[in-house]
Design a protein around this ligand. Sequence first.
Ligand code: ZN
Length: 496
Amino acid sequence: MEADIRSIQTEAVSVLPITSQLILQESKKDATFQAVLKQVRDNWPSTRHSNEVGSFYKRREALCEANGYLMFMDRIVIPKSLQSPVLKQLHVGHPGMQRMKSLARSFVFWPNMDADIEDYVRRCSNCAAASKAPVKTTLSSWPIPSMPWSRLHVDYAGPIKGKMFLVIVDAYSKWPEIFATSNSTATMTIKKLKECVSRFGCPLTIVTDNGTQFCSEAFSKFCQQHGIDHVKTPPFHPQSNGQAERFVDTLKRALLKIGGEDVEDALQIFLQTYRCTPNPSLPDNRSPAEVLLGRKTRTVFDLMKPPISQPTQINERQNDQFNKQYGAKHRSFEAGDTVYAEIHIRNERYWAKGIVIEQKGSVVYNVLLQDEKRQGLIRSHTNQLRKRKPDGKCEASAEQPLPLQVLLEEFSCPDHVPTEDIENPGNSQLDIPVTEPGSSRGNTCPEQMKSNCIDGSSEVCRSQDRVQSRKRTLPFREPSGRKRRLPSHFEYYEIF
Ligand SMILES: [Zn+2]
């Protein structure tokens, strides 16, 4: 039993990514590390240390301290106790020795890291088993395209564990798209290519071999409809589609190395690793993600980076731009303001009467609901609040609202409470319209949008209500004359 628990704990620790906090914790326990940090602060002596600290000596110019972290340029220095777990994490997708080195050099540093990586990869049995198959290298005579996603090399691999793999590689960025499919028909190929086209746009050229799916009329039609030039490699010379060919080989070996039962899972691990790993065939050793998407994608390795202190000042320019673009206006409320607050109950939303109790942030307020349907304290964003005149009407805006704003606000105007029921409190039944299934926006009728009727009390609105809403009858609760007292810890009290 204890062994079981231990194995579960080990498993849990092994899958958790290494974070900068953990690195900081472990650094504090590491004597060598602390000695190096001291040298960085106090300036290095003119002669090299003979002990372990000495291994940092020749890099002393590039070492610095940032918020207690030891840095080697922009890479975080890993203490001895975490070097092995970091190697394990870097090797998750079995990226191969060179790629693993490139990946490591983007994030971490310790003396002799390269040698440790070489040793680690040589000892990986999965890598050794997969590398027995010699890699067939083919020279590609294709010109380098001038932009990303302009020429795609497409090929099928498999079957591997009962699945076919449609491999699509962008010649410019080396970004791979791979789909595990149940078959390799033209229909399946087109379906998956359409997914890629919707994501990244239509390529100029698609290069394939002479497989039946690529020679089909449907495939030819797909290319025509999307303005794609389809180039088929000469028969019996599949090497002409070398980029896809090579990738198929890389994929097969990667799936073999990653192993496990779930092929789809292994495929995603491989894709994620490949896309974010610096690629020697790309300019400046960039990753496919950087070349295709123009940015580095966030990975678990980013957790090892020391936290950057967040700027405390709000980006005024960005705020102004947002406000300008979306016609947003600064709205503020004060304690005691009577408001309508937007409420969500199940799939229904409506505006309930309330009073602002206090401001809890720049755009957040505590609001006490004083509504027939709902009482109590809630926390509301300024966008969920509208000023309410004591007569129940929303305050007219001094500025002419933008059309989009009008539309958005009108879509969520206050709920209908038939006036005759309010005017006759003696009536002990209150009709509550129930939204029809599928109508997510509640009870707004088209007439309200046109007439700017806020409370839905117009004759047209009420008649619309009767037609559109299925009504159910609930007992009306008589409002008590008791004055409500505020709970003292209301800030911890949230309804939703
Ligand atoms: Zn391996």
